[in-house]
Design a protein around this ligand. Structure first.
Ligand code: PML
Ligand code: MG
Ligand code: MG
Ligand code: MG
Length: 256
């Protein structure tokens, strides 16, 4: 199996990233699809596109399950952020930490006020930012759906009118993040100006999406991974999130 990853940027700033796992026979078509995606991104024209292909030994690929998906009805992004705050607190994130992370995503979480390529790592108790590189963040990486699971997921999502790449890829990323030791919750909203949805994912609540977590046209977005530090090996967690390969073979419930 191979990991294939795309990262597009302009003037050193992150534009888009995506990735897949696949067999050798899939690499050409996966590369073409990732390249097209980088070139057609709604956040603008890329100046630099990097494609990385890496062989993974079969025994290094773990298998996993997607979280169950539920959509919460919210009228606008303010209600969405209130709901997100409530879900994070229910999952064991202190309110101060949840509020700090929501505010950081709203303001642009990188030191220059732009989006990060990866996620913030947030101490679930204090709200302290723990990612070693504040501009880049920690990127959850090397995960994908096995072909059978992808087919099943697309059918289940289509029944609810939710079969789009944002939802599919976010579910897969959330599965990887929730499988990591010490992760209490994930918060995400899109950085694409034409996509306002986001979600809170937790080990017990699953993937709870809100159609609005930001106003339309807003480009600031990204992710926060909330972690409980007691007894946690932080470098090992970061290594797991960025490097451990996870192939999803089991789809969760799609509650709509
Ligand atoms: C992104 O594509 O930038 C993240 C989208 C997260 C929300 C996906 C959804 O459930 O609609
Ligand atoms: Mg993305
Ligand atoms: Mg695949
Ligand atoms: Mg995006």
């Amino acid at each position: 199996m191979y990991s294939i990853r795309m990262h597009a940027s302009r003037q050193g700033a992150h534009l888009s990233g995506a990735e897949r796992l696949g067999g050798r026979q899939d690499l050409e078509s996966l590369a073409a699809a990732l390249l097209r995606r980088a070139l057609e991104h709604p956040r603008g024209e890329a100046e630099q596109i990097v494609l990385t292909v890496e062989a993974l030994p079969a025994e290094a690929v773990a298998s996993g399950r997607l979280p169950d998906l539920t959509t919460l009805c919210v009228a606008d992004y303010r209600q969405g952020r209130q709901a997100a705050l409530r879900l994070l607190v229910a999952a064991g994130v202190r309110e101060v930490a949840a509020s700090l992370a929501i505010e950081a995503l709203a303001q642009g979480a990188s030191p220059t006020g732009g989006n990060m390529r990866g996620a913030m790592l947030v101490d679930a108790d204090s709200g302290e930012r723990l990612e070693p590189d504040r501009a880049r963040g920690v990127r959850a990486s090397r995960m994908d759906l096995a072909p059978g699971a992808e087919l099943q997921l697309r059918l289940r999502l289509a029944e609810r009118g939710l079969d789009n790449p944002h939802v599919r890829e976010a579910l897969v990323l959330a599965a990887k993040v929730l499988s990591a030791p010490g992760v209490v919750a994930e918060l995400c909203w899109s950085d694409d100006p034409d996509y306002t949805a986001g979600y809170v994912a937790t080990p017990f609540g699953g993937y709870q999406r809100m159609p609005h977590l930001k106003p339309a046209g807003e480009e600031r977005g990204g992710r926060a991974f909330f972690i409980r530090r007691a007894g946690l090996d932080l470098p090992a967690l970061i290594d797991y999130l960025e490097h451990a390969a996870l192939l999803i073979t089991e789809v969760g419930r799609i509650n709509g």
